[in-house]
Ligand binder design. Structure first.
Ligand code: CA
Length: 543
């Protein structure tokens, strides 16, 4: 009997090991512009609103990365880094204006060659026909929230409904198909939400009606000591449009008025024109009374900024609600199909975002709110539920991580590090001590100058190299990055040490795209965000 027991134990252990080695499915549930501080589990200042109960459940089941960063805080480039595992200067997609070279090595192609069934649905933002996928359907460009067009291998199709629901429907179908095929799958379910211009689902138009969203403490930041920030164009105050961004006062009746002059911005109307009469009726019924109250209040100064912030933050969070619900719907499908136990579920977004922080919307800067990316991973049986990791990780690591999860070979020219050891609770001794950042798109929308920089666990050094402007922050004493310490004699040695580390990272990653400093005029009146030009936009910032 004793002998039989000893014989059985190794057999059972072997059976369990062999079961675990079955290639896991990978679901990459990805959004556009979802800042970590708009996720409850990240404990930011929006937590009290309870914006993401379902994403919070994912965090409770898996691991949340508190120090997760992008390499270049803008949509297309972040996605190109994720696909290639290489910095922007290596994968060639540095600006949103670039086109991605799909012929290059990307992780989905490697997984597909390794036997994975692969799909990409929703927002690609990389232009061109996706390669490396058995199934794909992508939004052209930024895509639309209502009744969006989608590009598929069979051509362009108009899909009736709300974008976040439609993309998730495709993902659910793919999960079922993959199960029937009996192959492991890698699914990229990539949403437009909560990207500008923020249009929630009809069922969420009244969400948060009865509450005030808490304001960020830096809503009226005046940018002392930060010259590049004084020249941007992404303020809720001066640069956010009441019509284009907030759909204000477009609600009197169902008829969409004709264009009154060639320069008139029609983007908000164009978004609304995509709706069916039934959808438009619900939309206008929800916003009509709010717009009437706004017209009658005749707000100015800080009161107007605060009103715009509320409308913006509510529509942003309402758009996120659609994401949160659909994440739950996809997770439930995995459960119902008996696939959840062998499926790794990853939630992330292409960069962070300003939700009134520093008075802004949009991203691009190396400041914390847009540098950070949410990253939450559940992996049943491998990740300890409810764990939180504080190591420095980046979107640069995702490709290698996915390949490692699948047991596929990792190409030596990828520039990140697999997160699998961290997910298992084992930090490699050579884990990175700092991250490298490089933003390129200037002059362009929102007028954020090119800059590169380094962030350690405590310090951040930024070089706006075209203008010869440097900024240095101690994140421990100044988490909001309001006091630029560059030039402070007490910090001279520390800054020099960090500057050397920056050069070392720049050279180590082979980045030769930093331009020399030349005297250059600040371009402050480009007003490139839309074609609208009015004198009011060039007034001083509200104090
Ligand atoms: Ca984005």
């Amino acid at each position: 009997m004793k002998f039989l027991f000893f014989l059985l134990v190794p057999l059972v252990a072997f059976a369990q090991t062999s079961e675990k080695k079955k290639a896991p499915n990978i679901v990459f549930f990805f959004t556009d512009d979802h800042a970590p501080h708009a996720i409850g589990a990240y404990n930011g200042w929006l937590k009290s609103v309870n914006p993401t109960p379902e994403i919070d459940k994912l965090a409770a089941d898996g691991m949340l990365f508190e120090n997760s960063f992008c390499t270049n805080s803008i949509c297309g480039p972040s996605r190109a880094v994720i696909m290639s595992g290489k910095h922007s200067h290596k994968n060639g997609f540095m600006n949103n204006g670039n086109s991605f070279d799909w012929k290059q090595q990307i992780f989905p192609k490697i997984l597909r060659a390794a036997g994975y069934h692969t799909a990409l649905y929703g927002k690609s933002h990389l232009k061109g026909k996706p390669q490396g996928f058995d199934s794909w359907a992508v939004l052209p460009g930024q895509g639309d929230y209502y009744n969006p067009a989608m590009l598929t291998p069979e051509g362009r199709k108009i899909m009736p409904g709300y974008c976040t629901d439609i993309v998730t429907d495709m993902a659910i179908e793919f999960v079922k198909e993959s199960k029937a095929l009996g192959k492991p799958f890698m699914l990229m379910c990539q949403h437009k939400a909560p990207h500008r211009t923020w249009m929630p689902a009809l069922r969420h138009l009244h969400l948060y009606d009865d509450i005030e969203i808490p304001e960020p403490t830096t809503l009226f930041d005046q940018y002392e000591g930060r010259i590049p920030a004084q020249h941007q164009e992404m303020e809720i105050d001066r640069h956010m449009y009441l019509d284009h961004d907030l759909f204000t006062d477009l609600t009197p009746d169902l008829e969409i008025p004709k264009q009154r002059r060639p320069s008139e911005d029609r983007s908000a109307y164009n978004n609304m024109k995509r709706m069916t009469p039934e959808q438009l009726k619900v939309w206008r019924a929800a916003y009509g009374p709010k717009d009437k109250a706004f017209r009658e209040a005749k707000l100015t100064g800080r009161d107007l900024v605060r009103w715009k912030f509320q409308r913006y933050a509510k529509n942003y969070l309402r758009s996120i609600k659609g994401v949160d619900e659909n994440l739950a719907r996809l997770r439930k499908t995995l459960e119902d199909e008996g696939l959840a136990d062998n499926t790794i579920f990853v939630y992330s977004s292409d960069q962070g975002f300003y939700i009134g922080d520093h008075g802004w919307y949009d991203k691009r800067w190396m400041y914390e709110e847009s540098l950070k990316m949410p990253l939450i991973v559940s992996w049943p049986g491998v990740i300890k539920p409810g764990s939180r990791n504080t190591d420095l990780v980046q979107n640069l690591d995702y490709a290698q991580t996915f390949l490692d999860m699948a047991g596929a070979k990792i190409p030596s020219d990828m520039q990140g590090q697999s997160l699998v050891p961290l997910l298992k609770g084992n930090k490699p001794t050579d884990w990175r001590k700092s991250i490298y950042y490089h933003y390129y798109e200037y002059p362009s929308y929102h007028q954020v100058p090119r800059h590169n920089g380094i962030r350690t666990d405590r310090y951040k050094l930024i070089n706006f190299y075209e203008f010869g402007e440097w900024e240095f922050y101690d994140l421990k004493t100044d988490p909001d990055e309001l006091t630029n310490l560059y030039g402070n004699p007490e910090k001279k040695e520390l800054i020099e040490d960090i500057r050397k580390q920056l050069i070392s990272l720049q050279e180590g990653y082979g980045d030769d795209t930093v331009l020399p400093t030349k005297p250059k005029e600040w371009q402050t009146k480009m007003r490139s965000t839309t074609s609208v030009k009015t004198k009011a936009e060039f007034r001083p910032r509200t104090k």
